[in-house]
Ligand binder design. Structure first.
Ligand code: ATP
Ligand code: FE2
Length: 324
């Protein structure tokens, strides 16, 4: 089976092709705002302008004609409505013009599935940390359930907000990481974990207020220590609650070495393993959509044309996962 998958939830228009479970193409075109965060209208214009070429590039890389594709998967949600629309239209058009089945894939589920495959994990608790999502997810009762999540903004968004105040261009995570490595003074900041949920807005506000009182290296260091400890604490609780001994890290913030280290220490203490999804699959990509879509199709799932509208608020736990 050859499945072409389209990702377009946010800044990335990605196209992946999977043949019998193996990734044979993964191309993308990324919108980067000149300043500030994602502008939905500009991002969707970018996707519209680059959709056809990105699909063509994927086919070329896989050395395939479009007629050789036998199924289409697309990221149906959650995400920015205008961006999702472009991927949805491209996927429906291909499905109809080629006369092949269509399957809608949940973006968060796809991050988990590709991570499990590439990091060789069986049934992990997943810490998905990105610009728009911060969730602790585990399988239970045939679904992926969110056991912990941010009560306000995502960790990536929190990092980017702090960065903006420091005059660092978007996305700010990598530069904050560099500054943090040079910091050594631990500044006490708000630490908010409620059950398995966590919150970042108080922490961000406090850091913004302290800007003139401390070295920025120390602030970045202290911000990271607090913010990541919250994530690791929530993840550990979910592992204990579910009795799982694997943890998968994914999402753009997974690039951070200190977060990886903290997660590894926690896992080691519990006799568990912590692994990261390869960075190209931590970021938004089409391959994870093609891969998960193909798994769904092989399990007998497909999405009828009339049910293929995009779902900007589609929650992870609303999806039945046939193989769980
Ligand atoms: P989502 O997947 O939730 O839709 P997104 O696509 O915006 O969100 P990603 O592209 O996965 O998110 O990740 C981007 C985020 O990762 C940004 O907030 C960025 O600051 C952060 N990030 C990137 N590199 C690092 C790093 N080394 N340390 C910390 N954060 C990082
Ligand atoms: Fe993502």
């Amino acid at each position: 089976m050859i499945t072409l998958g389209i990702e377009s939830t946010a800044h990335t228009f990605g196209v992946g092709i999977v043949r019998d479970g193996e990734i044979i193409a993964n191309t993308k075109s990324m919108y980067s705002p000149e300043k500030g965060g994602i502008h939905p209208g500009e991002a969707s214009e970018h996707h519209y302008a680059n959709a056809v070429n990105t699909i063509k590039n994927a086919l070329q890389n896989a050395n395939l004609e479009k007629e050789e594709i036998d199924s289409i998967a697309f990221s149906q949600g959650p995400g920015i409505p205008q961006c999702l629309q472009i991927g949805g239209v491209a996927a429906r058009s291909l499905s109809v013009s080629l006369g092949i089945p269509l399957v809608g894939v949940n973006h968060c589920v796809a991050h988990i599935e590709i991570g499990k495959k590439e990091a060789n994990l069986d049934d992990p608790v997943t810490l998905y940390v990105a610009g728009g999502n911060s969730q602790v997810i585990g399988s239970a009762g045939g679904k992926y359930r969110v056991f912990g999540e941010t009560l306000d903004i995502a960790i990536g968004n929190a990092l980017d907000k702090v960065a903006r105040k420091l005059g660092i261009p978007h996305p700010g995570g990598p530069e904050i990481e560099k500054l943090a490595e040079k910091g050594d003074k631990f500044i006490e900041l708000p630490y908010v974990v409620k059950g398995m949920d966590f919150s970042y807005s108080g922490l961000v506000t406090k850091v913004q207020r302290e800007l003139n009182k401390h070295e920025k290296e120390d602030l970045c260091y202290s911000f990271q220590e607090h913010a990541f400890a919250m994530l690791v604490e929530a993840t550990e609780r979910a592992m204990a609650h579910l009795g799982k001994d694997e943890v998968l890290l994914t999402g753009g913030v997974a690039a951070n070495k200190r977060l990886n280290e903290m997660l590894e220490i926690m896992a080691e203490d519990r006799g568990a393993v912590a692994r990261k999804s390869p960075m190209k699959y931590c970021m938004d990509n089409g391959a994870m959509i093609a891969y998960t879509g193909q798994k769904l199709l092989k399990s007998g799932e497909k999405t009828k044309f009339e049910n293929s509208e995009t779902r900007p608020d589609w929650r992870t736990e609303q999806v039945d996962i046939p193989w769980l």
